[in-house]
Design a protein around this ligand. Structure first.
Ligand SMILES: [Zn+2]
Length: 165
């Protein structure tokens, strides 16, 4: 884990959404974010989340439960890879929230470098429904990159199925 991964949790409002950054652990009071909903909606930008531990997952599930109880529509944008792994293995972590875009790692075999790439669900609905990674080009050399994770496991949060069941 890079030293920056345990950057303390913080959040800020940016227009219609909240931007969450840092580590989701025992210091992250996620349940209180429910109070930030406007007109029954709450959108979270999760691109800056660098780490989540088991206590953090519990906090995250409390946020999902709190939003469901208050009938708040939770939209998750730019979901970081560390969170996608949790959504895939902990069904309760998905709650009733809607993911609109998320990060996934692609490998450029020419540069021998991994690039986290943002996948917009609406624009790639057809590929994602077939569990196929949308094609991505290397930001350095523009050649086609390869998807790093087993796609059917990584995309399982989209279909609401668990790879473990
Ligand atoms: Zn490259």
């Amino acid at each position: 884990m890079p030293p920056s991964a345990r950057r303390p949790f913080s959040w800020q409002r940016h227009g219609d959404h909240l931007v969450l950054t840092g580590a989701i652990d025992e210091t992250a009071r996620l349940a209180e974010l429910v109070a930030e909903a406007v007109d029954g909606k709450l959108a979270l930008d999760l691109g800056g989340i660098t780490f989540i531990n088991s206590i953090g997952v519990r906090e995250w599930v409390r946020l999902q439960a709190g939003a469901a109880e208050a009938k708040i529509q939770l939209e998750l944008r730019r979901v970081a890879e560390v969170l996608i792994h949790q959504l895939n293995i902990v069904p309760a972590a998905r709650g009733a929230s809607t993911v609109t875009s998320f990060f996934a790692s692609y490998l450029c075999e020419y540069c021998d470098d991994q690039h986290p790439s943002l996948i917009d669900i609406e624009s790639h609905r057809a590929e994602l429904a077939r569990m196929q990674p949308p094609p991505m080009r290397c930001p350095s050399c523009t050649k086609a990159m390869a998807f790093c994770d087993p796609a059917e496991l990584y995309f399982s949060f989209l279909s609401g199925t668990s790879p473990l069941s």
